[in-house]
Design a protein around this ligand. Structure first.
Ligand SMILES: [Zn+2]
Length: 91
């Protein structure tokens, strides 16, 4: 297929006028007040419509556990991993 005719700048600009990104629809969590996507669970407390959907504390624990096993596999000392965790919390 060949390009049959050159489009003007205005023509291209008109077409692209609909290409802009729309900002995500956010609402405040009833439980903790942080912003979350509509019709989705809150990422900070794991609740949706006043129901506990995901146990976030268990998730955090699981993440820590995974980090430890990964550090062991990499041959690092555990102290280093804990130090970096503390630094992150301070931020
Ligand atoms: Zn929340």
């Amino acid at each position: 297929m060949t390009v049959r005719m050159r489009h003007t700048k205005g023509h291209s600009a008109n077409r692209r006028s609909h290409h802009g990104l729309k900002s995500p629809r956010l609402s405040d969590c009833k439980n903790c007040g942080s912003a979350h996507l509509r019709h989705r669970m809150c990422d900070t407390c794991g609740k949706y419509k006043d129901k506990q959907v995901v146990d976030m504390m268990a998730k955090v624990e699981k993440k820590k556990e995974r980090k430890k096993t990964k550090a062991k596999a990499m041959g690092k000392e555990m102290e280093k991993v804990e130090k970096t965790d503390k630094k992150k919390k301070e931020k």
